[in-house]
Design a protein around this ligand. Structure first.
Ligand code: AMP
Ligand code: SF4
Length: 469
């Protein structure tokens, strides 16, 4: 039920390669580099030019492909996907790429984002006689392409994409071509690169580094890239609007070694720390960060105020993520198992603790308590992004407004709830300065979860509130 209101979230990673004899294996390696974007399912579809073959499953890339027979995934083109499932949409059928077979050829799709009008389009398609097999919005695009009246496949894809409202990065594979597209605002990241004579595409450039490819550029808003035996071409399926790349990609989601829209993620996080220090510094003895996503910002903060950055908190790498646990009790337990304080560093000290964001407040509350139990004299929490007060409609699992601690409490109240001696967030301007490069064109960012100003709205969207059902 939640999925119906919220739309299915596809906070995931996609990868594609065209023109390489080991396409499926390279895709598998690429998915490893994107594993942080989704741990609930993974899959690869490869084509030898005649057929599309699929291998997918629930779980981590390593587990899904442990017994995969790569000689059955032969061919010079492949696409892959890692999936982050939200509550209620975690089944095998929704694991991507989705593969559709029909008499006049097959079609595989890998998608990251959220189609805001997905449920409406689904209703319309069903009324018109389509039978949808999954609860994934990705399938909607496949049906729209199939139902297009155009005989020209490219036109059919463009016509289908024009009907979607939302944030998306798609890689589509047919026997004879690969199609790559992002929404007219370019909300979700999708990069293009080269590996020798082959073309590659991925949610993040860290996947290129792993397979030895070089990053060429970001897919432009409203652009459809077509790759086939004749090479690479580009078309515009929608008049591009100013880009609004998701700011949370820089704050939390992406890997620090990725470049998103020509800006390195680690460098932007470090700048967030610098900006935060300029806006909200305080007398203290050490600066520490919550591993892993806050370390870059903590280093920037420490450098700016001239204090050492110390490893005051250690992460156990073998514990799964805590954010999505179904109950608060399990989430609390998850944080405890995942993070531990380093007594020798924090004992008797005034500690500045940097985190990238506060969603429900579980992590900060637990860590402040942990640091104090380990002997910290004071714990000052500094958040390297503005306060999260609004839900994301563009595919990032941000919990409901009811659960967003900053939507319902003042900064002082939050400080009290998490037990911090003081609390400050980065300003919106500070965030903008840390990410946006004035010397490059079209560098706009989406900050809707901080500001409530949504760059893409579906008609009636305002009334659709995120409620936990
Ligand atoms: P919470 O414990 O609910 O306040 O969540 C805050 C922590 O979750 C922060 O330390 C972030 O690193 C992380 N985080 C922020 N946004 C997300 C997201 N969309 N999905 C998963 N984790 C997130
Ligand atoms: Fe990213 Fe927030 Fe915009 Fe969603 S609302 S796309 S999380 S910046």
């Amino acid at each position: 039920m939640l999925a119906e209101i919220k739309g299915i979230n596809e906070e995931c990673g996609v990868f594609g390669i065209w023109g390489h004899e080991k396409a499926a294996e390279i895709t598998y390696y690429g998915l490893h580099a994107l594993q942080h974007r989704g741990q609930d399912g993974a899959g690869v579809v490869a084509t030898d030019g005649k057929k599309l073959k699929l291998h997918k499953g629930l779980g981590l890339v390593n587990d899904v492909f442990k017994h995969a027979k790569f000689d059955e995934l032969q061919g010079r083109a492949a696409i892959g996907h890692v999936r982050y499932a939200t509550q209620g949409d975690g089944g095998y059928d929704n694991v991507q790429p989705l593969l559709f077979r029909s008499q006049n050829g097959s079609l595989a799709l890998a998608h990251n984002g959220n189609i805001m009008n997905g449920h409406k389009l689904r209703g319309k398609l069903e009324q018109e006689g389509s039978i949808l097999q999954t609860s994934s919005d990705t399938e909607v695009l496949a049906h729209l392409i199939k139902r297009s009246i155009s005989d020209d496949y490219e036109e059919a894809i463009m016509e289908a994409l024009r009907q979607l409202v939302g944030a998306y990065a798609f890689i589509i594979l047919k026997e004879d071509a690969m199609y790559i597209a992002t929404d007219p605002r370019g909300l979700r990241p999708l990069s293009l690169g080269r590996l020798g004579d082959s073309y590659v595409a991925a949610s993040e450039s860290c996947a290129f580094d792993l397979v030895g490819a070089t990053l060429e550029r970001e897919v432009e808003p409203g652009e459809l890239v077509i790759i086939n035996k004749d090479g690479i071409r580009t078309r515009t399926f929608h008049e591009p609007e100013p880009r609004t790349m998701c700011a949370m990609e820089y704050v939390y989601l992406s890997r620090p070694d990725s470049d998103i829209n020509r800006v390195n993620v680690h460098a932007s996080r470090k700048k967030m720390g610098v900006e935060l220090a300029r806006e909200a510094s305080i007398d203290a003895d050490v600066v520490t960060g919550v591993p892993d996503s806050s370390i870059s910002a903590a280093i920037g903060y420490a450098e700016e105020i001239g204090l050492p950055y110390e490893m005051g908190i250690i992460k156990n790498r073998y514990v799964g993520r805590t954010f999505i646990q179904p109950s608060q009790e399990l989430r609390e337990q998850g944080v405890k198992m995942k993070l531990s304080p380093v007594r020798g560093i924090v004992e008797g000290k005034r500690v500045i603790m940097i985190d990238d964001s506060i969603v429900r407040g579980t992590t900060s509350r637990r860590i402040v308590r942990m640091l104090k139990e380990a002997g910290a004299k004071e714990v000052h929490v500094r958040i390297a992004s503005p306060s999260l007060q609004h839900p994301c409609y563009y595919g990032i699992d941000m919990s409901t407004r009811d659960e967003l601690i900053a939507a319902n409490n003042t900064i002082d109240e939050i400080a009290e709830i998490i037990g911090a001696d003081s609390l400050a967030y980065l300003s919106e301007e500070g965030l903008e300065r840390a990410i946006v490069r004035e010397d490059l064109p079209n560098q706009g960012i989406c900050k809707a979860c901080f500001t409530g100003e949504y760059p893409v709205k579906e008609r009636g969207q305002k009334e659709i509130e995120y409620t936990r059902l």
